[in-house]
Design a protein around this ligand. Sequence first.
Ligand SMILES: Cc1cc2nc3c(=O)[nH]c(=O)nc-3n(C[C@H](O)[C@H](O)[C@H](O)COP(=O)(O)OP(=O)(O)OC[C@H]3O[C@@H](n4cnc5c(N)ncnc54)[C@H](O)[C@@H]3O)c2cc1C
Length: 315
Amino acid sequence: MSPKRAISPDAARWLTARFGEGARFSEPLALHTSLSVGGPADALVTAQDAAALSDLITGCAMRNLPLAFLGGGTNLLVPDEGFPGVVARLGKGFSGIRIQRTPAGALLDAGAAAPLPRAVARAQEKGWAGMLFAVGIPGTVGGAVAGNAGTREGWVSDAIADFDCVGPGGETRRLGREEVRWSYRSLSPMGGEPGWKVITRARFFLAPGDPEALKEQAGRMLAQRRQSQPLSQKSAGCFFKNPEKGPAAGALIERAGMKGQTLGGAMVSDIHANFIVNRGNASGSDILGLIARVRDRVEKEFGIQLESEVKILGA
Ligand SMILES: Cc1cc2nc3c(=O)[nH]c(=O)nc-3n(C[C@H](O)[C@H](O)[C@H](O)COP(=O)(O)OP(=O)(O)OC[C@H]3O[C@@H](n4cnc5c(N)ncnc54)[C@H](O)[C@@H]3O)c2cc1C
């Protein structure tokens, strides 16, 4: 049975009239995520500039259309039912990167649609330190801010100065790093603050550095990743958050005997047990079923409930 779709013919006409070729209907989201699983969005709409984005947010709210945001799709699991509503992504107007000098050093100012690896490379090439924390993280700048992405070298919350966002009424605001609550792979509005729908730009602190030394350090970090992560397979990165105390999620999964386990086309990576990989033909249900088994086994063995780091679209 095909799932109930949310877009009426009227809403479809509005999307086509306002966004033209930027609106695609019944678009398979598996094509837009690194896990490559899951069903279609009723509509996938690319907003090329701030006015289009504001219209999309307010227009969907007026028509009661569910609206979700997609960056690079590298931290997202799409269920087989897809998404009954509009999935929005940011277009070229949100992908610029520039470095602005300040009395204390510089700021890397990047549009939310800019690939994070490109932002990291730009700072490094120009001899600015400050973005090494993000070496090897795929996806977009906006996705990284939305998930407070990070590595052992630091998190977005350590490096960010402020970000621009569009709120539920379509209005743009700039929020300083102190004006939001940052936590492990998430951020949330302070009490009383209306929050945001989408992040459109972010600025990160930079300090003078030596381009050659930065390049060397980035190279070491990437080599380490290539050794310890299944980078040639389809995944969404580490699937579970590490518990606050004790062994990391990957170690718990391995000790629970789940490394290498499969369900349909999904597999617990035999290189890094916190990666769930698509062996080529996985469905969203295979991945969801396997993560349920992993959670179950870890809870039975250690009494620890693993929490998903990967976002499940529509959940
Ligand atoms: C091989 C591999 C290695 C990885 N290594 C790391 C790592 O070391 N550290 C780490 O933190 N992550 C890692 N990840 C996970 C992922 O790359 C990051 O979380 C990344 O920052 C997600 O960005 P994205 O643009 O792909 O977001 P998406 O996957 O598209 O979206 C993730 C979530 O953010 C929301 N979102 C996206 N863009 C915006 C926006 N502009 N405004 C508001 N919300 C938005 C989406 O709605 C969704 O809920 C890895 C992933 C892979 C595949």
